[in-house]
Write a protein that binds this ligand. Structure first.
Ligand SMILES: C[S@@+](CC[C@H](N)C(=O)[O-])C[C@H]1O[C@@H](n2cnc3c(N)ncnc32)[C@H](O)[C@@H]1O
Length: 314
């Protein structure tokens, strides 16, 4: 998964020109609508944070929308691993050059104090896949032959968490995000962290006998990712927020909020922001566009309940 997504020459995030949006492979909340960034800008303003961090900023849409609507922010610090994305972000945020700092990875951060945003960041980390069949097997992949190989797994303490799953079930474990989060926690000194991602809770795993790993290409879900060459499609999984909660608490964070995206956006005033926008630009085409974006963000079957929001504090 790491090779497919992040190889510096052939990885999906390194080479693919169009990833997000209509002509790309998928939408994210920030590429679906600027209303999303405006809600976050308002939260940051209300809580009087002057320093914002964003991890995995993609095309930089969220940073742009937040900086356009909240002029009180002094510094917006981005960590984006893909050079391709960093180039796009630089262009997109040209007018905010003085406020924006752009880094490749958390290793370049000294300490983190402020408001931290991670949108569709957790799901972009490589995971390991396991099969429960008598013993627990780790699923490896022969890249050249594009097929899976089962190897008996070494024993891991976290297997206990998956004990309730029936025989024959696959599950995935986010080793690399957990490791990354431990590094992040050591550098995080004060502030808030907001994590927004599509997600599930532990009990929902029972609905996924094959696990949740899947691909995306041109807005279609790819069930058999081996039909494609490494780097050709996005590969992702659905983060388990029950597991993440444990990871965050273990690293000293308190969970301040856990809700669906729709509940979060409505509580934080997206409907007022929408009303304000359509009262400024009163053309019917603008209103129809904004209504459709709002629908994408808050309708349960669209992003509204597929995405979860977790807010952490330390
Ligand atoms: C699914 S995309 C989401 C982009 C953006 N947040 C959005 O919602 O449109 C994940 C992004 O995280 C970046 N990324 C993945 N791992 C990273 C890491 N360890 N540090 C910084 N960026 C990372 C990827 O390059 C990619 O741009």
């Amino acid at each position: 998964m790491e090779h497919c997504l992040y190889d510096e020459e052939t990885g999906y995030y390194a080479k693919k020109q169009r990833i997000f949006g209509k002509r790309g492979d998928f939408y994210t909340p920030q590429t679906a609508s600027s209303l999303f960034g405006k809600v976050l800008a308002e939260i940051i303003r209300k809580q009087q944070f002057k320093q914002v961090y964003e991890f995995g900023a993609g095309y930089g849409h969220l940073a742009f929308d937040v900086l356009c609507s909240n002029h009180e922010i002094d510094r917006y610090i981005i960590f984006e691993i893909s050079e391709n994305m960093r180039k796009r972000i630089e262009k997109k945020l040209m007018n905010f050059k003085k406020k924006v700092k752009l880094y490749r990875s958390i290793e370049q951060a000294f300490e983190i104090k402020g408001f931290v945003i991670m949108v569709e960041f957790v799901d972009a980390f490589p995971v390991k896949r396991f099969l429960k069949k008598g013993k627990i097997y780790e699923v490896w992949v022969n890249i050249n032959e594009r097929r899976e190989i089962l190897k008996e797994s070494e024993d891991h303490a976290f297997f206990e968490y998956y004990k309730f799953l029936p025989e024959g079930y696959y599950f995935e474990y986010p080793f690399s995000f957990i490791k990354w989060f431990e590094d992040f926690s050591k550098k995080f000194k004060a502030g808030k962290v907001i994590i927004i991602d599509y997600g599930l809770e532990k009990q929902n795993l029972i609905s996924y006998p094959e696990g949740t790993i899947r691909g995306f290409k041109e807005h279609k879900v790819i069930k058999n990712i081996y039909e494609f060459y490494p780097g050709e499609i996005d590969i992702t999984y659905t983060p388990d927020f029950s597991l993440l909660k444990r990871v965050f608490q273990k690293n000293g964070f308190n969970i301040r909020r856990f809700s669906s995206l729709s509940k979060f956006l409505i509580e934080e005033g997206i409907l007022d922001i929408f009303e304000r926008e359509v009262s400024i630009d009163t053309t019917s085409s603008f209103k129809i566009k904004k209504q459709s974006e709002l629908k994408t963000l808050i309708t349960p079957g669209m992003m509204g309940e597929k995405y979860l929001v977790m807010e952490l504090e330390k």
